[in-house]
Write a protein that binds this ligand. Structure first.
Ligand SMILES: Nc1ncnc2c1ncn2[C@@H]1O[C@H](COP(=O)(O)OP(=O)(O)OP(=O)(O)O)[C@@H](O)[C@H]1O
Ligand SMILES: [Mg+2]
Length: 203
C-alpha cells in the first residue's frame, strides 16, 4: 500500500487542504482540457491570493496513485525557477494528488499559431528555446529525463518558458519505463529539435 508522506508548505496547511479540497472538487469544474486525462485530472484553485494546480489521480486504485506518486518524486528534487514546484502531495478523498503553483501564461501549444503575439521576434524565440534547452540540461544534471517535452507541457509567460508535467519522466539510471507507442516525445534531445523547429528558429 502506498503511504505518501505529506510535505506541507507554509502557505497551505494540511488541515486547510483537507477541508478545502473536497468542497472545491464538488463546486469547481476541472481544468484539464489540454491534458491527456488518462491517469489524472487537473484542477485550478485559489487560496490566499495564489492560484494552484491540483493534479488528482482519476481512480482510487493503488495503480492510479502510483503514477502520480512517481511524478512527485521528480518534482521533489527539482529546484528551478522555471519548473513547476511541488507544494504538497498526499491523499484527498482517497485519491492521490499533487499541488504545484498555477503557472500563469499561455500553453506553447496555444501560442504556437500566434507566436508573433507572445514571442514577437527571432531574438525572443531564440531566448525561449535556449531557456527550454537549459531546463532540459538542468534536469539531465539531476539524472532526470522529462520524456514528454512538447508544446502542451510548456507555458509561456512574459516571453519566458515554464515547464511542468513529469508524468512520464524517468531516472537516467533506471531501466526505461513503459513507453506507449503513441508517446510523442520520449527522447528529450529529439523533442528539443522539434520545439526548435516549432519556434521557427533557423539553423
Ligand atoms: N502548474 C500548472 N499551471 C498551469 N497549468 C497547468 C499546471 N499543471 C497543469 N496545468 C494544465 O493542465 C493540463 C494537464 O496537466 P498535465 O500536463 O500535468 O497532465 P496530463 O498531460 O494529463 O498528464 P499526463 O500526460 O502525465 O497524464 C496542462 O496541459 C495545463 O493546461
Ligand atoms: Mg501534459
Amino acid at each position: 500500500m502506498i503511504k505518501p508522506q505529506s510535505s506541507v508548505a507554509a502557505e497551505l496547511t494540511e488541515v486547510q487542504l483537507q477541508k478545502l479540497l473536497p468542497e472545491l472538487l464538488k463546486t469547481q469544474p476541472f481544468h484539464s482540457k489540454n491534458g491527456s486525462q488518462m491517469q489524472s485530472l487537473v484542477w485550478k484553485f485559489h487560496h490566499l491570493g495564489q492560484d494552484y494546480a491540483l493534479k488528482l489521480s482519476k481512480a482510487k486504485s493503488q495503480q492510479a496513485a502510483k503514477f502520480l506518486y512517481r511524478e512527485h518524486e521528480f518534482l521533489a528534487v527539482i529546484d528551478h525557477p522555471q519548473i513547476a514546484r511541488l507544494v504538497w502531495h498526499g491523499m484527498v478523498n482517497q485519491h492521490y494528488g499533487l499541488i504545484t503553483p498555477w503557472l500563469p501564461g499561455v500553453l506553447l501549444h496555444d501560442a504556437h499559431h500566434q507566436l508573433a503575439q507572445f514571442l514577437p521576434n527571432h531574438q525572443a524565440r531564440l531566448h525561449c528555446f535556449l531557456n527550454i534547452k537549459a531546463m532540459v540540461e538542468y534536469l539531465h544534471q539531476q539524472h532526470i529525463y522529462h520524456r514528454d517535452l512538447w508544446a502542451k507541457n510548456i507555458i509561456i509567460h512574459q516571453a519566458t518558458p515554464y515547464l511542468f508535467d513529469f508524468g512520464w519522466a524517468a531516472w537516467a539510471n533506471e531501466p526505461t519505463p513503459f513507453t506507449p507507442p503513441q508517446m510523442r516525445a520520449p527522447d528529450d534531445v529529439k523533442a528539443l529539435a522539434v520545439l526548435r523547429q516549432q519556434l521557427g528558429i533557423e539553423n
